[in-house]
Each structure stands twice: as C-alpha cells, then as structure tokens.
Unconditional design. Structure first.
Length: 154
C-alpha cells in the first residue's frame, strides 16, 4: 500500500500547475441523495501521479477517475484508478475518497468521511482497505482487519 495516498495530496496532483490532465464534463449524478456535478479526468502514463511500487517494480501507469462537486463548488468525492499497469505487477489500484458536511459545535465543516482502496496482486490476491471517519470532534479512527475474500469473491 502506498501510504502517501491522502485526501489533500491526490487533489493537489490533479490540479497541480504544469501537469498534463485531460478533463471532461459528465453532467450531474446523484450522490448521497443530492445532485452533484461529475467531471472525468485522465493523465497519461508517466504523468504527475508518479510510479506505483510493487516488490522491486516501479511503473507510472495512466490514471483515470472522477471528481464530484456539490452545488457550492466543493469537491465531495474523488474516484481514482491506475488504468494500465502491466500484469506482472497486478491490476493496479482503485480508490474512492469521500468528504461531507460534519457538524462540530454549531458549525458545519467539509471533512473527510471515508476512503475505500483496493489492489489486486499478480497472483490474484486482492487487498481491500476501508477507512471510515466517524468521530471528527476527537479525530479518532478504528481499523478492522478482515482476512479472506471480500464478499462476492472466492
């Protein structure tokens, strides 16, 4: 797992000055009961996301994803995947970062809510990590490790 994945660093890479990123508008989509604007992005191989590392392999795949923006212009979800890694290093990674309004005291803040991450190794093993942030007041988190195939997979 690349521990550099984070809510701010991924958005920074997509919008970084000088990076070659192709954006397309996809209209609107429903997310958690509200209509949001949907934008697709694509970066070429050897682009600004840098390489993934698996064992001794490094490969900077093409990256694709979606950015969802609420009516106030705030990013509320980012879906991202490395699109073209060679089979020798697995099928690449995919993840979804989600933000939402959280009430702390009398104020509302746009804060991270969840991260879902998945990677499939060359031997077919799948790693799936889900982090859900639920206690923003104390900035606590919990981790639950499940061994075995995710639901629906053998």
């Amino acid at each position: 797992m690349n521990w550099g994945i984070g809510f701010g660093t991924e958005l920074e890479t997509v919008f970084k000055e000088g990076c070659v990123i192709e954006f397309t508008t996809e209209g609107s989509r429903e997310l958690r009961g509200q209509q949001v604007g949907a934008y697709a992005f694509r970066t070429p191989m050897d682009g600004c996301f840098g390489p993934d590392t698996v064992d001794y392999w490094q490969y900077a795949a093409e990256h694709r994803g979606h950015i969802l923006v609420d009516a106030g212009g705030r990013v509320v979800q980012m879906e991202h995947q490395s699109a073209t890694p060679p089979g020798d290093i697995g099928s690449g990674s995919a993840y979804v970062l989600t933000w939402g309004d959280v009430k702390i005291g009398d104020d509302h803040h746009l804060l991270p809510l969840a991260e879902h991450w998945m990677w499939t190794a060359p031997n077919g093993d799948t790693w799936r990590v889900v982090a859900e942030y639920t206690n923003h007041r104390h900035f606590e988190t919990a981790v639950r490790v499940l061994v075995g195939a995710p639901p629906g997979r053998k």
